[in-house]
Design a protein around this ligand. Structure first.
Ligand SMILES: [Zn+2]
Length: 230
């Protein structure tokens, strides 16, 4: 084959895939990693620009735009260090609003095997920015496991992306309001959280017990690989 880039003869025999000589392959790999950094930089830059535009375009008019300037800088610097931190414009927008309102937040926080969009330690709240939900007050199995891990007094609040875009400056208020609604829903439905968590944990315990059994059997069979008692 000829090198796709410079035309020099290579040792490759295939016909259906581009071939590169050693020198060109090295140059190309370097260029790809440079492009990737540039891609994320521009992607985040445009995402933050869209987020700021949405604050400007909203009719909330609670704070002058100057109020958000330091927060925009903080979030922008954060994306430089963590290019994949925000999956959407709404998440970046939420980050700006949280920082500007001095609501401490951990981004993409890991709980058990899950990642949550924002953990707000002072509000004892997990904040998820989601698309449309069927029932944003009912806890999924995932939510129950997260709540069990976080302990009593924590809630998972889901805010839909359209709400973030419609009224970004109202977000701190919306978070508290949604948290209350979630507590009310829980009370109205007989505070089943403890029961539901117990069920999920019981299931987890069963899985763990089964894994333990399998491991015990594996260990026994390890000594006797055929398992026929020879
Ligand atoms: Zn070449």
């Amino acid at each position: 084959m000829k090198c796709w880039n410079c035309g020099k003869e290579t040792d490759d025999k295939w016909l259906y895939k581009r071939s590169y000589c050693e020198e060109c392959a090295a140059v190309l790999a370097k260029q790809v990693s440079i492009d990737q950094v540039e891609y994320w930089r521009l992607k985040n830059k445009m995402m933050i620009e869209r987020a700021v535009k949405r604050i400007e375009d909203s009719t909330d008019n609670i704070h002058p735009i100057e109020f958000y300037k330091p927060a925009i800088k903080v979030v922008s610097n954060y994306t430089d260090a963590h290019p994949t931190a925000f999956a959407s414009t709404e998440e970046a927008l939420t980050a700006i609003i949280l920082v500007a309102n001095k609501i401490r937040a951990k981004v993409q926080y890991r709980i058990l095997n899950f990642r949550v969009d924002f953990l707000l330690p002072d509000l004892h709240t997990v904040l998820e920015i989601d698309g449309k939900q069927h029932n944003k007050y009912k806890d999924s199995k995932r939510d129950l496991q997260i709540l069990y891990k976080l302990g009593k007094g924590w809630e998972i609040v889901r805010i839909e992306t359209w709400e973030v875009n419609l009224s970004p400056e109202e977000l701190p208020h919306t978070i508290l309001e949604e948290r209350l609604k979630k507590e009310e829903y829980r009370q109205k439905h007989g505070d089943t959280l403890a029961v539901e968590i117990a069920e999920v944990m019981e299931q987890k315990q069963l899985e763990r017990d089964n894994q333990k059994k399998v491991k015990e059997i594996d260990e026994k069979f390890g000594k006797d690989p055929y398992g026929f008692g020879f």
